[in-house]
Write a new protein. Structure first.
Length: 497
């Protein structure tokens, strides 16, 4: 039997492989010559971010930057600080990514350890969780029609991740911090973060605008501890192919390079802080697309052979967008008397069973009951339920603002205002028809034109029609059914063709 066929092209970025692994990094840092020896370390924080990646020979190499910030007491009881930067790379094997397009990569800091080797050297150990989702292009010709054949089609709205990548935004700011006669003696601490305020997509380009917020704690020449905070805007035009203004962008930003130094003003007084570095932007671009393919076929009265190809899809996406205020309590390790400076930031976010799970980190410099300057860093997990069903998802959360109060016992009550976007979807796998052919003819001799069939509840008329070499629509029309699925046990009349 000769079949007249028509084909169409299908091209879809699908999530092919997911990796979640732990990585441990070790760094050795030596103080610059201009800094005094270390007597006691007050603070050591390590913040790591992805700066780029490369795919080659079934292996993906992740490149990152770790910023190591220390505050310490010197031998003459001065409080000093320094920032170290370290680059790292780690490779991971991908098993099923022949047509690799891009990857979503996320880092989460599990813990940091520091060891003072001598007065000039420290060893830093940090443990990271690395999450990689690899996307591949699934291109195929699918069979859309064939004369004399019946098709069962699949129609659904699906979420497509069109692009993912990183971009850097350089900055260099001079910040005047003192207006009176005193000058900066030492910079004690620097908290900095970058928040994305706006993004706009046009054809193959995305404009990203953000705000870098930075707070400096410093000692003046007269011995007073002062603090100043400022913010400035940054922007970047990111070029990526196949972007459309109707797409949805998830954009994250973090400080991946930082340089802090006191410098002289026009009168040669140390009243200016130079803050230079880079904010790294990580982005994912999503669109919703309608998938229409044929997933089953048969030719009546012939043995039908179908060729199939599989496709992983994110089915029936729902977009959530809202503001939320969270109230969380954090405990301090020591006797907290006064907070000098405090920073809150989101260190992890993910969707699990329709819940937006967040990890917030609170870092603060404070005075204890003996007037010592101390540092504490605490993390706390919380969640926001988005739907009752258990769905997968992707999310993008920004911390807009926060404030805090100190409660009895040294507990800190944090009030955080955040904004979130999230897609919820069902992870599915479908097999669609790329071709069909027929072989042996099934004998129709003595086949009645009308057959009685005892159908069970929830039976699909497609499967019944396929078994009797007839049409599902004829069965529905003959029996007055309201849908493709039989709603109760009953006798059906099966018309022949």
């Amino acid at each position: 039997m000769e079949l007249c066929k028509e084909y169409k092209s299908l091209c879809f970025n699908e999530s092919r492989e997911k990796i979640r692994e732990s990585v441990e990094l070790d760094f050795q840092e030596n103080l610059p010559q201009y800094l005094d020896d270390i007597e006691k370390i007050i603070r050591c924080s390590v913040n790591s971010t992805v700066t780029d990646y490369d795919f080659h020979n079934s292996s993906i190499t992740v490149y990152g930057k770790s910023i190591i910030s220390i505050t310490y007491k010197s031998g003459d009881s001065c409080i000093l600080s320094n920032i170290f930067e370290e680059e790292f790379s780690k490779s991971f094997e991908l098993n099923n990514c022949e047509s690799f397009c891009f990857a979503k990569i996320k880092l989460k800091t599990k813990y940091n350890n520091i060891h003072l080797i001598n007065q000039r050297r420290i060893d830093v150990h940090t443990a990271l969780s690395v999450y990689i989702e690899a996307f591949c292009s699934n291109s195929a010709e699918y069979l859309c029609s064939c004369k004399n054949a019946f098709f069962k089609s699949y129609n659904a709205e699906c979420l497509s991740c069109k692009s993912s990548g990183t971009a850097g935004i350089d900055f260099d700011e001079n910040i005047s911090v003192i207006e009176n006669d005193t000058q900066i003696k030492n910079i004690i601490n620097c908290f900095a973060d970058c928040r994305i305020d706006d993004k706009k997509i046009i054809k193959d380009k995305m404009l990203v605008k953000g705000t870098v917020s930075v707070c400096f704690v410093y000692e003046c020449m007269n011995g007073e501890i002062q603090k100043t905070a400022t913010a400035f805007t940054v922007s970047k035009i990111i070029e990526a192919t196949n972007l459309d203004e109707n797409d949805t962008a998830f954009v994250f930003a973090s400080i991946s390079n930082a340089f802090v130094k006191a410098k002289a003003d026009e009168s040669n007084n140390l009243k200016i802080i130079e803050f230079a570095g880079k904010a790294t932007v990580n982005y994912q671009i999503y669109s919703t697309e309608n998938i229409h393919v044929n997933i089953d076929s048969y030719v009546p009265h012939y043995k039908t052979n179908t060729q199939l190809k599989s496709l992983n899809i994110k089915e029936n996406p729902q977009l959530f967008y809202d503001d939320k205020t969270l109230e969380l309590d954090f405990d301090c390790d020591g006797e907290l008397v006064e907070i000098i400076d405090l920073q809150a930031k989101i260190t992890n976010q993910e969707i699990v069973d329709s819940c937006l799970k967040l990890e917030l980190c609170l870092s603060f410099i404070y005075y204890d009951d003996k007037s010592n300057i101390c540092f504490c860093e605490k993390k706390k997990e919380t969640q926001i339920r988005l739907a009752d069903s258990k769905l997968s998802g992707s999310c993008n959360t920004s911390l807009l603002s926060y404030d805090y109060v100190i409660k009895n016992g040294g507990r800190i009550a944090l009030r955080a205002n955040l904004e979130y976007q999230a897609f919820l979807f069902t992870d599915s796998k479908i097999n669609f028809i790329t071709d069909v052919d027929v072989s042996d003819e099934i004998s129709s001799v003595n086949s009645p034109q009308l057959t009685l069939y005892f159908a069970d509840k929830e039976e699909d008329t497609w499967e019944i029609a396929k078994r009797f070499s007839t049409s599902a629509q004829l069965i529905i029309d003959e029996n007055g059914l309201s849908s493709d699925i039989v709603d109760s046990k009953r006798i059906l009349l099966i018309p022949g063709i």
